[in-house]
Design a protein around this ligand. Structure first.
Ligand SMILES: *Cc1c(COP(=O)(O)O)cnc(C)c1O
Length: 364
């Protein structure tokens, strides 16, 4: 006899970590597989971290008062409307815990963020995945049709990881109007700072506009645009009743003192960080233009990454990248997601993509 495990948890495939890029003599290698921010930590943030080291013997502020205050001012929300967690994935888990009981259902698109089905399984919820449309966007009509009396949450990955496509303002508003108000709609805006399409709404503005709808919640993170992935801090903006429930589900003292200090410092340095975000957006435009010139078709990504739907060539492409010192993210035989990194990494990626496409075309 072996110890009992919940079947839903036992069935989760073990996490397969991204392979480090192969060391190629004479070539710097780059990890462009995790949508990380390629810039080094700002000195102001490093200083805040160093100061916070004096108190690692103490528990952090459980209610993260100073960070909540800073977020409240930055986004014009009350602290009642905020809930923090260990990364936005931590907050996502709090959403599932706060809303799903007895096999509550969570609707999300697929392919989308890989954490969604896992967080559902771990927390006893049922993941209900609706396929993306052919243009790699969320199929909101299919999501509406998937609603049942057990639906508790709808996750919109805005823009979608890994395809980079975001739901446009008008369609999102129509959707919100049609979802019953007892179902919470979470806009996971992990990459929203990288969006450039003016038709893509700012979720926090929508949250304010739809103040009478208590079921609209926004999920944000310090991991991507703010460059604090290692520190694990994310937050939700939601109606006070929902945010209060999220706070109850948080791991006590989950957001460390270092994470709180760094996040506060990052908000103070926001102009500098957003300047880096604009540089990444410029690089993204250059990469997308380069790929299209080579003959690739790729959506207008609104995130800090690009998507190539390679089908059966997915694994071969990923291998080719590794051989050239690039680790990228391959998804079965769907496609690859490549993070916009340092200019040299992007340049190398374009070279590999160009060579690969020539090989494919030769074989035809
Ligand atoms: C990277 C990412 C997050 C952020 O996760 P953290 O836990 O905040 O680091 C959230 N949602 C999506 C879709 C992501 O890709």
């Amino acid at each position: 006899m072996s110890p009992y495990l919940r079947p839903a948890v036992d069935a989760i495939p073990a996490y397969i970590a991204g392979k480090p890029p192969k060391h190629v003599p004479g070539l710097l290698s780059y990890k462009i597989s995790s949508n990380e921010n390629p810039y080094p930590t700002l000195p102001e943030i490093q200083e805040a971290l160093i100061t916070s080291l004096d108190e690692v013997n103490r528990y952090p502020d459980m209610h993260a008062v100073a960070l909540s205050q800073a977020l409240s001012e930055r986004f014009s929300v009350s602290t009642d409307e905020l809930a923090l967690g260990t990364g936005s994935v931590g907050v996502l888990q709090q959403f599932v815990q706060a809303t799903c009981d007895e096999a509550g259902e969570v609707i999300h698109a697929w392919r989308s963020f890989e954490a969604y089905p896992i967080v559902c399984a771990v927390n006893g919820a049922k993941s209900v995945a609706t396929p993306l449309r052919a243009d790699e966007s969320h199929d909101l009509s299919a999501m509406l049709e998937a609603i049942t009396p057990k639906t508790r949450l709808i996750l919109i990955c805005q823009p979608n990881n890994p395809t980079g496509v975001a739901v446009r303002d008008e369609e999102l508003r129509q959707f919100i109007e049609q979802v019953p108000e007892e179902i919470t709609i979470v806009l996971d805006e992990a990459y929203i700072e990288f969006a450039t399409d003016p038709a893509i709404p700012d979720g926090i503005k929508l949250f304010h506009e739809y103040a009478e709808h208590e079921n609209i919640a926004i999920l944000r993170t310090f991991s991507k645009a703010y460059g604090l992935a290692s520190l694990r801090v994310g937050f939700a903006i939601a109606a006070p009743r929902v945010a209060g429930a999220l706070r109850k589900c948080a791991v006590p003292f989950g957001v460390s003192g270092m994470a709180q200090a760094a996040a506060i410092a990052a908000l103070k340095c926001e102009p500098q960080l957003l300047k880096r975000v604009s540089e990444i957006k410029k690089e993204r435009a250059r990469v997308i233009a380069g790929l299209r010139t080579q003959g690739w078709s790729t959506p207008d990504s609104q995130g800090n990454f690009v998507w190539l739907r390679l089908g059966e060539a997915t694994q071969a492409f990923s291998k080719e990248c590794l051989e050239h010192g690039l680790s990228i993210r391959a998804y079965g035989d769907d496609g690859v997601r490549v993070t916009i990194g340092e200019a040299a990494a992007n340049e190398r990626f374009l070279e590999v993509a160009g060579m690969f496409l020539k090989e494919i075309n030769k074989g035809k």
